[in-house]
Write a protein that binds this ligand. Structure first.
Ligand code: GLN
Length: 543
């Protein structure tokens, strides 16, 4: 049985529990251990697929097609372990499974209750399918004291009682605010938060205290005493200038050593942190910078594009440049007189995934400018569909080219397909399918055209990438677009679905129907992000 580490949060949200979990996962790996990371989300949605990006940030898609919390993206980026559907559960999923069982008569006449039925379901989820790893790290979303989080805390409390001694560990992430008027760091919110946790039967073993300045020894002693933990278990979590410095910083503060000591692991392997030192060194010593414009719809909340902004950082690591991202609302491109200002000092244009009609004409205009001015251009999912619509309008002359996503007007060069193949299984879909479940989701293979730029970037012609979309570029337009200078450089294995497009005559113009950003890692930058940033770097030297 693996050892279990439960990560909870207190005081306020947004303290970086997800990052803490991911960084601890990376540190345990650096010591040679196998890890699996999981997230328990107390909200009632079955998954975040239908939530607005403003509510929830990005929806992170796994290889097996699950729409999950963006923290799973952190887990993958820090550990390289591919997350699965079984690594994220919500209250909604727990309840829907219980109600299904109840209707089936599985509970044999019992009254179905939070304890034990909901808590059992949560425990089963935490314990199931963990694989052959040394540690399972399990993060609870939200903050202790939230009503909807209670069944999760209760389930973890039970689990730690039911497990063999020394098999589980609780880490509580809290905040130490500095009150300017008093000139003091305050420990009281942490004390209260731990009190709240203890009132539901959980004594944290380690406190990870987020702070913007160092914790002095007096405060450390006080926190230890009032919160009933060892002084060495009060770990300082200073704000970091890059998230990729966090594993090194937490290692220096003794986080992994404290975890291993808790589990009575004598003389554990020394941490090999070379890759994190290298990443940190490259990030802090860039050899120049490039400016990339991301033309999106949710740009006021960069969390909506979390994996894209991280993948751009990784592209920067690959080329030792700092990537400055300018988030631009697509609608701004609809006003012709602002365009020059928007594009000033921009070395690359990225059009990310998106849904719905708003901002479409602005995105088309941005892609048009990138194409005609030889600015490196990367279209992702919706961005590829936009690139095809732009080319159909302006290269082929189909003036009303559009997508059926925007309504019934126009010529639909992008449209809905009613049937999909996945392996040997046929999945029927149509416009009436539930919105939450009608997308092409998860990993699908594609074949790349020999000699294409994208095949060179990947260094292979066989790829597998993650999808999340309903609409597809219509293959019927392949010939006319190719005659006009476009190349359909990647197709689904059956040759029916366009997966990638490019313009061979352009310095760097690639569109992909999938989400490459989901598979980029700081220690293994995605080839397309590395290629795009490389092209932006070359462009920056020209302008
Ligand atoms: N809205 C488009 C579709 O559903 C693109 C989705 C996306 O960019 N993720 O096909």
């Amino acid at each position: 049985m693996p050892r279990y580490i439960f990560i909870t949060g207190g005081v306020v949200s947004s303290l970086g529990k997800g990052l803490t979990s991911a960084a601890l996962g990376a540190l345990l790996q650096a010591r040679g251990y196998g890890v699996r990371l999981r997230k328990l989300d107390p909200y009632l949605n079955v998954d975040p697929g239908t939530m607005s990006p403003y509510q929830h940030g990005e929806v992170y898609v796994t290889d097996d097609g699950a729409e999950t919390d963006l923290d799973l993206g952190h887990y993958e980026r820090f550990t390289g372990v591919s997350a699965e559907q079984s690594d994220n559960v919500t209250t909604g999923r727990i309840y829907s499974s219980i109600i299904e069982k109840e209707r089936r008569g599985d509970y044999l006449g019992a009254t179905v209750q939070v304890i034990p039925h909901v808590t059992n379901e949560i425990k089963n989820f935490v314990l199931s399918d963990a694989g052959d790893v040394d540690f399972v790290l399990c993060e609870v979303g939200g903050t202790v004291g939230d009503i909807e989080g209670l069944p999760f805390f209760e389930a973890l409390r039970q689990l730690s009682q039911e497990s063999p001694r020394g098999q589980t560990l609780f880490i509580h992430v809290t905040l130490l605010p500095f009150i300017k008027a008093a000139g003091e760091m305050k420990t009281k919110p942490t004390q209260h938060s731990v009190k709240e946790l203890r009132s539901i039967g959980i004594q944290p073993d380690i406190l990870l205290c987020r702070t913007d300045r160092k914790i002095d020894s007096g405060d450390r002693r006080k926190i230890a005493r009032f919160c009933n933990v060892r002084e060495s278990a009060v770990i300082q979590g200073l704000d970091a200038s890059s998230i990729y410095d966090v594993p090194l910083a937490y290692h220096d503060e003794g986080l992994d050593a404290e975890v291993l000591a808790h589990f009575d692991i004598d003389s554990p392997p020394v941490a090999n942190l070379r890759q994190w030192q290298e990443i940190s060194h490259r990030l802090h010593n860039p050899d120049g910078e490039v400016n990339v414009a991301v033309i999106g719809k949710y740009t006021v909340l960069p969390d909506a594009y979390k994996s894209i902004s991280e993948a751009l950082v990784h592209g920067g690591i690959a080329h030792s440049v700092r990537v400055n991202v300018r988030w631009i609302e697509a609608e701004k491109f609809e006003k012709a007189d602002e365009v020059e200002l928007l594009l000033k000092d921009i070395h690359g244009i990225l059009v990310p995934g998106g849904f719905g009609r708003r901002g479409v004409e602005g995105k088309i205009r941005a892609v048009h400018l990138a194409r005609t001015r030889d600015i490196p251009c990367f279209g992702i999912c919706f961005g590829m569909q936009i690139a095809v619509i732009e080319a159909a309008r302006n290269l082929v002359g189909i003036k009303d080219a559009s997508s059926s996503e925007f309504g019934s007007d126009g010529t639909h060069v992008v449209g809905l397909m009613v049937e999909w193949t996945r392996g040997n299984a046929w999945v029927e879909r149509d416009e009436d399918t539930d919105l939450g479940g009608s997308m092409r989701l998860g990993a699908y293979p594609a074949h790349l055209v020999e000699g294409s730029k994208i095949a060179r970037e990947y260094g292979t012609r066989e790829i597998s990438e993650r999808h999340r979309h309903r609409y597809e570029v219509n293959i019927a337009y392949k010939d006319v677009l190719e005659a006009a200078g476009f190349l359909f450089s990647g197709l689904s294995p059956d040759g029916v679905l366009p997966e990638t497009v490019e313009i061979p005559e352009h310095p760097w113009f690639i569109g992909v129907q999938y989400h490459p950003e989901l598979k980029s890692r700081p220690f293994d930058p995605h080839p397309l992000f590395a290629g795009f940033v490389g092209a932006a770097k070359a462009h920056s030297r020209l302008v």
